[in-house]
Design a protein around this ligand. Structure first.
Ligand SMILES: CC(C)(COP(=O)(O)OP(=O)(O)OC[C@H]1O[C@@H](n2cnc3c(N)ncnc32)[C@H](O)[C@@H]1OP(=O)(O)O)[C@@H](O)C(=O)NCCC(=O)NCCS
Length: 213
């Protein structure tokens, strides 16, 4: 059987550290790490040199032996753009799902995810492309989590919650059953969300209310 394609990491911060930890555990090799923004090119991450992207952008990844990619960026919208660029360049999206994460057999996972240790994705939940699911996150039954969502450590989404594209739920926040979060919402650390939140709002507190940030 042929070896699985080597994976280029696009991004060199914390999400790349998670990927470097998890990918070898699931039998995937990293080809190289890139800083798509630029300032960390030439520095090192876990002993490996961080490279710049050339003028051809992600089309250069194959030059370094990659057939696959994982975008590792905290900015949800930048992550989405680079994900689409990599797909257009013909690379295969790969997910780094830590072996201690629990994913129900009826849950559906998208492409290009990072799922960290001890996260739990419950039955009939759907998680979109490019999501970052940090350690200890709970995505309960029948959730609909959109593409490029970031769920920070210990965030808890109760049953039937829906989360719009590129939304972030920060550390330890709780969303009660049936609530809908729009697109590009930010839920502050420790918030308890009890009402639907329109797209673009940042909310904080218990119960969560809009803050100006
Ligand atoms: C939501 C968040 C990003 C907002 O940050 P910000 O835009 O810099 O906001 P500010 O610090 O300017 O605060 C704006 C107001 O919201 C309040 N606020 C900010 N975060 C809050 C929180 N988590 N809970 C309650 N109130 C909060 C501030 O006290 C301030 O109130 P004021 O106007 O009455 O003084 C930030 O507070 C947060 O929760 N960060 C968590 C980051 C995290 O979990 N990262 C993990 C990555 S893995």
């Amino acid at each position: 059987m042929s070896e699985p394609a080597k994976v280029a990491l696009v991004g060199c911060g914390a999400q790349a550290k998670y990927a470097l930890e998890t990918l070898p555990l699931i039998g995937r090799q990293v080809s190289a790490i890139y800083d798509p923004i630029g300032p960390k090119a030439g520095q090192r991450l876990e002993g490996r040199e961080i490279r710049a992207l050339g003028p051809d952008g992600v089309r250069d990844l194959a030059r370094d032996g990659a057939g696959a990619f994982l975008v590792c960026l905290a900015d949800n919208r930048k992550k989405e753009r680079l994900f689409n660029d990599c797909l257009a360049a013909g690379l295969e999206p790969v997910s780094a799902v830590h072996p201690t994460a629990v994913v129900a057999s009826t849950a559906k996972l998208g492409r290009g995810l990072i799922i960290n240790p001890l996260a739990v994705i419950q039955p009939h939940a759907v998680v979109g492309d490019g999501c970052m699911i940090h350690s200890g996150v709970i995505v309960e039954h029948d959730n609909r989590v959109g593409d490029f969502v970031n769920l920070a450590p210990g965030a808890k989404l109760a049953g039937w919650v829906s989360v719009g594209r590129a939304t972030t739920v920060f550390t330890g926040a709780v969303v009660i059953p049936g609530v809908s979060l729009g697109r590009d919402v930010v839920v502050a650390a420790g918030a308890v969300v009890i009402n639907d939140i329109p797209s673009g709002q940042t909310v904080a507190g218990v119960p969560a209310r809009e803050i100006s940030s």
